[in-house]
Design a protein around this ligand. Structure first.
Ligand SMILES: *Cc1c(COP(=O)(O)O)cnc(C)c1O
Length: 449
């Protein structure tokens, strides 16, 4: 084997200068967002009160290409373009004729792909004269990316962090605080919604959905603040397309085309970022499979319904049409905190609904088996979210072996797991269990977690 092909680096001067908007390429237009107070489609005023004007414009843009502002390109250059690496040891271990490549997004200073959108959102907020952003975070990947971005562009940041993670996984909270953000547990006492939830259940573990409700309430009370979201919105998925656009260039350099594009899905931002730049090819007949990998305990694409639902637990935010387990679903406390969300991004939901995207779900013990195998073969320690993609890839590579098929499998290595060692520790000690999906009992799962 030619070892020069083990890693493909794109020169900085070839980093894409535009994001790719997949929405105009979809076979049908997306369903509108619904204002939960009027049950009518949201107005631009409604959206601009929540998000910055630039994010509202990008959310509904039908331009296929959107220029990346120079200050954001400069910030991307801190770590981008990211390498495309071939998992040769994994191929040999699985004895598969397939090639396994991964786009290594873990080189970002905050450790995951989330910084791609955080920098853009902080830049636009500053340019529009806002003083503060407000956001929600699960395990803290998004919060730490946005905390760094706000620090770089000179904004305050308030983060509502899922209560269970706030207390049990404080390291990302320390990282956010180190970057200068204010972090509150959700549900918490700073909002009326949070106080109400705590009055009913003082031990409520919180969820992304409670944190979104608290963010919405906080932004509505402060005219200088805007909300920033880490995965759900079209604009956030748009910013992640830098991943797939770089990948296209890198694969062209080695004369390959992906048969499979695989990513973990919490809301779908890294899946969309990896795959939408290949969507037009697919709609025009390329045979690429887009595979979303979800945790079995919280798998809206695999087990949910395609319908209107709210983005937040209180049902006060916009209603959107997507795959959902219901906005009142409190996901069990599995270790892939970034995948604990009841629904998925509307764009990802629509791609699934229209047959552009496939999905599969695995229990967390199998997911950690895959992550540990990868770490032993390659040294890189994947985030628990990323382990889902790796489990999906292993099964695809084994299928290729059976079919004697030399396919090109590419997965998005969304983040490193160096702040998730507690979960690995429990796995290594044999303490990790799978959550029973049907008979899930919140108190029991807390103990199992
Ligand atoms: C947040 C996160 C995910 C899941 O979010 P998506 O919006 O589905 O991409 C996956 N991996 C890592 C490392 C994350 O931080």
């Amino acid at each position: 084997m030619n070892t020069l092909l083990d890693r493909v680096d794109l020169p900085l001067d070839q980093m894409p200068k535009r994001w790719y908007n997949g929405i105009p390429a979809l076979p049908t237009a997306p369903e509108p967002y619904i204002d939960s107070t009027t049950d009518a489609p949201v107005t631009l005023d409604y959206v601009e009160r929540l998000w910055t004007k630039a994010m509202a414009a990008q959310e509904f843009s039908l331009d296929r290409w959107i220029s990346i502002p120079q200050p954001v390109l400069d910030a991307y250059a801190m770590w981008r373009p990211t390498p495309l690496i071939r998992a040769v040891a994994m191929e040999r271990y699985l004895d598969t004729p397939a090639q396994i490549w991964f786009k290594y997004e873990a080189t970002s200073p905050s450790g995951s792909h989330k910084l791609n959108s955080a920098l853009a959102q902080a830049y636009y907020a500053k340019r529009e004269g806002h003083s503060r952003l407000v956001t929600d975070t699960g395990a803290g990947q998004w919060g730490s990316a946005l905390a760094l971005a706000c620090q770089m562009f000179g904004l305050d940041l308030s983060v509502f962090m899922v209560r269970a993670s706030y207390h049990q996984k404080p390291y990302r909270r320390y990282l956010m605080e180190t970057y200068g953000a204010q972090v509150h547990p959700s549900p918490g006492v700073t909002t009326e919604y949070g106080r109400g939830v705590l009055a009913d259940n003082p031990d409520h573990p919180g969820s992304e959905a409670t944190a979104v409700s608290e963010s919405l309430e906080t932004v509505r009370a402060d005219p200088a603040a805007r909300m920033s979201v880490g995965a759900f919105s079209n604009h956030c998925l748009l910013h992640q397309t830098i991943i797939g656009l770089e990948l296209r260039e890198q694969l062209a350099m080695i004369d390959r085309y992906p048969d499979y594009l695989v990513a973990s899905v919490g809301c779908g931002s890294n899946m969309a970022g990896l795959s939408t730049p290949f969507m037009e090819d697919k709609l025009n007949g390329s045979e690429t499979t887009f595979l979303a990998v979800e945790p079995e305990a919280c798998a809206p694409l695999t087990y949910g319904e395609y319908r209107f639902d709210y983005a937040d637990a209180a049902g006060s935010g916009p209603g959107v049409c997507t795959y959902t387990l219901g906005h009142e679903f409190v996901p069990p406390p599995i270790h892939a905190g970034g995948l604990r969300y009841h629904g998925c991004a509307p764009l990802i939901g629509q791609m699934r609904h229209q047959g552009i995207l496939d999905s599969v779900a695995y229990p967390q013990t199998q997911v950690f088996d895959a992550g540990v195998t990868f770490a032993r073969l390659h040294g890189f320690l994947p985030a628990p979210e990323t382990c889902h993609a790796i489990k999906g890839v292993i099964d695809l590579a084994l299928q290729c072996k059976e079919q004697k098929r030399d396919a090109t499998i590419v997965f998005n290595y969304s983040g490193h797991g160096l702040l998730d060692l507690e979960a690995y520790g429990r796995y290594n000690a044999g303490e990790l269990r799978d959550v029973e999906v049907e008979s899930f009992d919140e108190r029991e799962a807390q103990v199992v977690g």
